[in-house]
Ligand binder design. Structure first.
Ligand SMILES: Cc1cc2nc3c(=O)[nH]c(=O)nc-3n(C[C@H](O)[C@H](O)[C@H](O)COP(=O)(O)OP(=O)(O)OC[C@H]3O[C@@H](n4cnc5c(N)ncnc54)[C@H](O)[C@@H]3O)c2cc1C
Length: 405
């Protein structure tokens, strides 16, 4: 997955107080909560969406909101995770520290080293910068020296892949002499963004998300994503979770409520479209809705199946197309379904449909764009060049919006 999403051209590191502090949601309300001043929300629901036997672990998580906190479909919620206690303990052991040592955090507030490793520092996914910083403390160590500088970038990246800080500390013991040095070696633990999967017109007091829990094994250790692991393992109902809402004005339902919308949302890319559909349903918007959803297997990976089938039955979802890649010998993806429905898809575009894509940036979003260009070229009996112009016009009219990560 790539970061940042192109619809939200910011990095969390760059996000300033004012950007989130006074970012109004489309409904015009400002929120006082930011990454630096998060709202301590209560987890009110946290259940698996994927069924037994699935290769994915995707959860539906609901978080309470305070009165006055508002969001609009298309927005995201930022979650400030904590590193898991086992990872903190392993890191302390590798470093030879106890955890009760005192350090100053990024705001010069004195805290224990244990708290710093749990809540302030990125001890997950190893960054090349950490290797470089550690090497500065031990210039004599050949093993570190060979990973420093632009000429050794590839070697350092290969080392970092699939490793965390605990691996570095284990491979090069005794280099960190003072706990405070860790603030130079490790970057700050940043919030993770999750597309909002609910409409406040339907759920006034909470915000809902669709979270794929990242778990993998590498270099002999079981690993997990910091935030998704936190939500997956340590966020039962009743647990407090620091959050903030983030407006995303580049991913919005059409102002014209009668305009048709086409939504391509495989995997967790479904989240904002559940929000769009709930919004259109709750506010009685008359526009047609067409959803393309894709995952591995229908039996265990059809996220929100009952709700979407219900919406289809009730006519909220005018069309629902699914692509389950592993249910047959030849893999079928959402872009293949688009190709199969090319004539009708082009007809919707000609009717002024808005086209949305959410989810994986590395492959899916590119494949969907190629399929879309093909659909346009076929539908208009034109060349791919003409299709590219058609798409450029759609972009100008804000009728082609992507939220990919
Ligand atoms: C605007 C936006 C919206 C988003 N919406 C959603 C959403 O709705 N749902 C959702 O689930 N996510 C969403 N994401 C992604 C989410 O923010 C997190 O990036 C994701 O949950 C992983 O974060 P983490 O803290 O769990 O993992 P991290 O601790 O950040 O670790 C993830 C990293 O682990 C490494 N890794 C993962 N697997 C392997 C492996 N097999 N081998 C080696 N290394 C590996 C990779 O380097 C990967 O980048 C969104 C992102 C953005 C920017």
């Amino acid at each position: 997955m790539e970061w940042p999403t192109e619809a939200m051209r910011f990095t969390i590191e760059d996000m300033t107080e004012t950007e989130t502090l006074d970012t109004p949601s489309a409904s015009g309300h400002a929120t006082k909560y930011t990454r630096n001043n998060p709202y301590f929300s209560t987890v009110t629901y946290n259940e698996l969406l994927t069924g037994e036997g699935s290769e994915k672990e995707t959860r539906h998580v609901e978080l309470s909101l305070e009165e006055g906190m508002t969001y609009t479909p298309g927005d995201a919620v930022g979650i400030l995770p904590e590193n898991r206690p086992e990872a903190v303990a392993e890191t302390l052991t590798a470093l030879g520290f106890k955890g009760d040592e005192r350090v100053l955090d990024h705001y010069k507030v004195e805290i224990s080293l244990e708290e710093a490793l749990r809540t302030r520092l990125q001890i997950g996914k190893l960054a090349r910068g950490s290797v470089t910083q550690l090497a500065k403390l031990a210039p004599e160590l050949e093993g570190l020296k060979v990973m420093v500088g632009p000429e050794n970038k590839a070697r350092a990246e290969e080392y970092c892949w699939g490793r965390e800080f605990v691996d570095l500390a284990t491979d090069f013991p005794g280099v960190v002499k003072e706990p405070q040095q860790l603030f130079n070696i490790l970057s700050r633990l940043t919030p993770r963004m999750y597309s909002i999967a609910s409409s406040q017109a339907m759920h006034k007091d909470n915000v809902q998300t669709t979270v794929r829990v990242v778990r993998y094994e590498s270099h002999g250790r079981d690993r997990q994503g910091v935030a998704s692991g936190h939500l997956g393992d340590r966020a039962n109902t009743g647990v407090l979770m620091p959050i903030f809402l983030h407006a995303n004005n580049n991913f919005r339902l059409p102002e014209d409520t009668s305009a048709p919308v086409i939504m391509i949302g495989p995997g967790t890319g479904i989240a904002p479209f559940r929000a769009f559909l709930e919004e259109r349903q709750a506010t009685g918007q008359p526009g047609d809705n067409w959803l393309f959803f894709g995952e591995q297997r229908e039996k265990m990976d059809f996220l929100y199946r009952e709700q979407f089938l219900g919406m289809h039955k009730d006519g909220v979802l005018t069309r629902l197309d699914t692509a389950f890649s592993r249910d047959q010998h030849a893999k079928i993806y959402v872009q293949d379904r688009m190709q199969e429905r090319a004539a009708e898809l082009f007809e919707w575009l000609e009717r002024g449909a808005y086209f949305y894509v959410c989810g994986d940036a590395t492959r899916m979003a590119k494949d969907v764009e190629l399929a879309l260009l093909d659909v346009i070229a076929k539908g208009s009996n034109g060349t791919l060049e003409h299709a590219a112009e058609y798409l450029a016009t759609m972009k100008k009219q804000k009728r082609y919006q992507r939220d990919v990560y």
